[in-house]
Write a protein that binds this ligand. Sequence first.
Ligand SMILES: Cc1cc2nc3c(=O)[nH]c(=O)nc-3n(C[C@H](O)[C@H](O)[C@H](O)COP(=O)(O)OP(=O)(O)OC[C@H]3O[C@@H](n4cnc5c(N)ncnc54)[C@H](O)[C@@H]3O)c2cc1C
Length: 465
Amino acid sequence: MTRAPGAGGRMVVVGGGLAGITAALEAASLGAEVVLVERRARLGGLTWSFERNGRTFDNGQHVFMRCCHAYRAFLRRIGAADQVHLQSRLDVPVLAPGGRQAHISRSTAPLPSPLHLAGSLLSYSHLGVKDRLRAGQVVAALRRLRLDDPSLDAESFGSFLARHGQSAAALERLWDLVILPTVNVGAAEASLALAAKVLRTGLLDQADGGDLGWSLVPLGVLHGENGRRALERAGVEVLCSTAVDAIAAGARGAGGHGADASPVTVTAGSRRLRADAVVVAVAHDAARALLPADAIGDLSGLGRSPIVNVHLVLDRKVTDLPFAAAVGSPVQFVFDRTDSSGTEAGTQCLVVSLSAATGEIGARPETLVTRYFEALGTLFPAARRASLVDAVVTREHAATFRGVPGTAALRLGPSTACHGVYVAGAWCATGWPATMEGAVRAGNAAAAAAITGCRIERPLEEVPA
Ligand SMILES: Cc1cc2nc3c(=O)[nH]c(=O)nc-3n(C[C@H](O)[C@H](O)[C@H](O)COP(=O)(O)OP(=O)(O)OC[C@H]3O[C@@H](n4cnc5c(N)ncnc54)[C@H](O)[C@@H]3O)c2cc1C
């Protein structure tokens, strides 16, 4: 890429997760000189991988949908689009103990929404006939909602479902399958605004929006290594293993941008970087700690919701399914990660993914391994004859914010009350739950706002501490 030096200003991006990588790439493409500072030795933020006994495990299974246009563009931008699989047609096998299997899937015929889901809902044998018919009423009611109506965030999805006659079984066996992995709280608790966003954008607005995708390679390669190469190609200076300790910036003047033209100073250890704009692309509580108290207000109400993954390497192949959901089981979703983990031929690496895992986050690894190995035996008969070759549990205490009612008003960005300071991250005001799509959207928005909002004249310079 060629550009006039400094044509778009000098920018520091704090944080090398998806939001930070995106913001840095976007700002560089708009002509800025960019330094990205990441406290860890690697890029990728909450999407990462590690080696153990010659195999590669991810911190947690990540899935996206065809409607995640910003994330898919990000994959193309970093040269990773051919390292993911995207279903040609949504198909989620839903297992129950004893081997009963139903599917949530898009029709093979090219039917328009919502007819594309009608066949699979009507034949969804994990629910009684009355519940299947009533699910159609929820679909009709969701289609009538205006997603930009702020009152949607005052109600829980659970209360909306109750108003539309949904039973406890429908909540657990249908709605939780979509809401738990996307909003990272149960359907009963989730904000109606976030649940409606996912269901409308993913399943209803476009017939093919919900086709699912996942990485074919470890996440550390998909986002971390590809991201680093893309940043280098774009001319972004990447400082890893460097934590930003403080950010100093002037308060935004009454006249808005330009009222205070002083540069931002970013302190990272012994280094002080001066820039015309900084994009703070860290988790909401970390952003709060870095910025002046009045810059972004109190975000503690966003809370944290954990995700736990139980990785089980079995001595034989027990299923041909690439992934499945489960009902009537402690398993929520299980994914086959044999190929990406580099597990030896003849064995199988299955990963049980548990969202909103408040009950599991503090449990002992041995307890979780035993519980989920046994549970797999009830879903896949061949697993009862299998032995464990290896097992590891990964826990992310703060995987996402808690997407409950009242959170929309707390989410903000990309601008802050400080001149030249912008925020990005999956927690920002994108309308999406805390997802890869939300992180990328927030990164793009912050870069665009920083470029257009700041008149950038001063060079990025390093001054003695
Ligand atoms: C186990 C798990 C499963 C998930 N599953 C899915 C899924 O299936 N689909 C989906 O779309 N999303 C999923 N998510 C959510 C998704 O991973 C996140 O929303 C997204 O990665 C957040 O990106 P981010 O850039 O906003 O933040 P982060 O990834 O948190 O990046 C912030 C970065 O800032 C760095 N940082 C913090 N403080 C400083 C500092 N002072 N100085 C320098 N650097 C700093 C951090 O080290 C980090 O690298 C999952 C998350 C987890 C944890």
